[in-house]
Design a protein around this ligand. Structure first.
Ligand code: PHE
Length: 350
């Protein structure tokens, strides 16, 4: 009997060692310690022992039972801990120490006007293109008819990288790539090039209420046979009246940009002061919103388009300016301030 008890203990230890699921342990318990279990069976058969042996075996049997119960309890604990660990590991990682923010987020005012403009131009058949913020000197200047050492470069001093590339000083830097991308469809299939490309631009500027070193523009180009200034005026007016939801006053002044000929400045009346003059409009009553013009023949040529056959217009809409106008932002620096107090006023329609 002693041997049997020892056997049961040894087997129990071995079996428990290999169990890896909690559910298997209940079976084990019933089979070994249950009313009809192995150990109970042995205890029941003790009646046949001599009076001398009975207490000894009784003691041993109790010891074995306690041993097995302890092993079982340890195993249960071990498997439970493992299960908890597994659950923790499968949980997404997040930082529970971050305080809960109950304030609702909102889109940045520039994002809002950008989306409105995109929607209007898309509805007029323009493709929306994205372009890199780091560009080459060729893309930003040379392909736009601004050779090295040309004085026009002074208007757009920007940030140069060590490898000779630069942070784009205007969205026009994408023009060359756009012409090359759509040229085949224009020439072979007669599809006009109609694209807008919003983007962040950089200039080495002294900042004040209306100048920032980082700002947003939205370039637009259209190239086809017989495109003229009236097409440009039509698209600009449609877009602006959609964005402002009313007829706004505009004026065209001659403007010089080496990549357009003729070139213009499209101004809108200052919506902050109503035209009387304030810091945002440099006390002129007008806000320079959108330089534009007919694409220079050299620029079309650089894009692989024959200027004898095709003409086009280009505009560089100041998205930052537009956002200031639309939302009555008096100081351009508020827009890049990251101040939630300033920015959260502009929750709109989205
Ligand atoms: N890229 C010019 C600027 O930022 C604006 C412009 C775009 C002018 C397109 C004419 C045509 O100053």
């Amino acid at each position: 009997m002693k041997q049997k008890l020892e056997e049961i203990r040894a087997r129990a230890r071995e079996e428990l060692g290999s169990v890896s699921e909690l559910s298997e342990l209940e079976n084990f318990r019933v089979r070994v310690l249950g009313k009809k279990g192995e150990l109970t069976g042995i205890l029941k058969s003790m009646g046949g022992l001599s009076a001398e042996e009975r207490p000894k075996m009784g003691q041993l049997a109790n010891e074995v039972r306690q041993n097995i119960e302890k092993m079982l309890a340890d195993k249960i604990e071990e498997l439970k801990a493992r299960e908890v660990q597994r659950e923790i590991e499968s949980m997404p990682v997040f930082d529970i120490s971050v305080p809960m923010d109950t304030a609702q987020g909102s889109y940045h005012p520039i994002t809002l006007v950008q989306r409105q403009c995109e929607a209007v131009f898309k509805s007029m058949g323009f493709a929306v293109e994205e372009y890199s913020e780091i560009v080459t000197d060729y893309e930003c200047f040379e392909a736009l008819n601004i050779p090295k050492d040309h004085p026009a470069r002074d208007m757009q001093d920007t940030y140069y990288l060590e490898n000779g590339q630069l942070l784009k000083s205007h969205t026009s830097a994408a023009q060359n790539a756009i012409y090359k991308k759509y040229r085949d469809a224009l020439v072979n299939e007669g599809k006009p090039i109609k694209a807008i490309f919003p983007g962040r631009c950089f200039r080495n500027e002294a900042t004040d209420a209306c100048h920032e070193n980082t700002f947003f523009q939205m370039e637009g180009v259209m190239v086809d046979k017989n495109i003229s200034i009236s097409n440009l005026i039509y698209f600009m007016k449609t877009m602006l009246s959609e964005v402002f939801q009313k007829d706004i006053q505009v004026r065209l002044r001659p403007g010089f940009f080496p990549f357009v000929e003729p070139g213009f400045e499209l101004d809108i009346s200052c919506l902050i002061c109503g035209g009387e003059g304030c810091a945002s409009c440099k006390h002129s009553g007008w806000l320079e919103l959108c330089p534009c013009g007919m694409i220079h023949p050299e620029v079309l040529k650089a894009g692989g388009i024959d200027p004898e056959e095709y003409t086009g217009f280009a505009f560089g809409l100041g998205l930052t300016r537009l956002a200031m106008m639309k939302y009555g932002v008096k100081d351009i620096r508020d827009l890049n301030s990251g101040s939630l107090k300033a920015l959260s006023q502009f929750t709109e329609d989205e």
